[in-house]
Ligand binder design. Structure first.
Ligand SMILES: [Zn+2]
Length: 99
């Protein structure tokens, strides 16, 4: 659902609302209650979040990040004395593969 920005002509309050495309604009101001003073503002930052690359940042981690994460995990298993905990660990299979 898109976020729309609105501005009250009475008190200059600006606020955002999640509205479906077909939903009508708010009729009264949430701050001062003035009716018929709400103007929809052009979508600026919020609309770009879904179109821009920033939305995909977490899915495009660089290889160096993955390697670092793997090295971190390996360090944990190399501490020894993990076999006891592994017996009840749901990830025991993958643990054994690393060893
Ligand atoms: Zn107002």
């Amino acid at each position: 659902m898109p976020t729309y920005r609105f501005r009250c002509a009475e008190c200059s309050e600006e606020f955002e609302r999640f509205l479906s495309i077909t939903a009508p604009d708010p009729e009264s101001c949430p701050l001062c209650g003035a009716e018929g003073s709400i103007k929809r503002l052009p979508a600026a930052g919020s609309g770009l979040i879904f179109k821009g690359g920033g939305f995909y940042i977490t899915d495009n981690r660089p290889e160096s990040y993955k390697e670092a994460a793997q090295a971190e995990n390996k360090g944990d298993t190399d501490k020894g004395s993990a076999s006891e905990a592994c017996e009840s660990c749901p990830a025991a299979e993958s643990c054994a593969e690393r060893d």
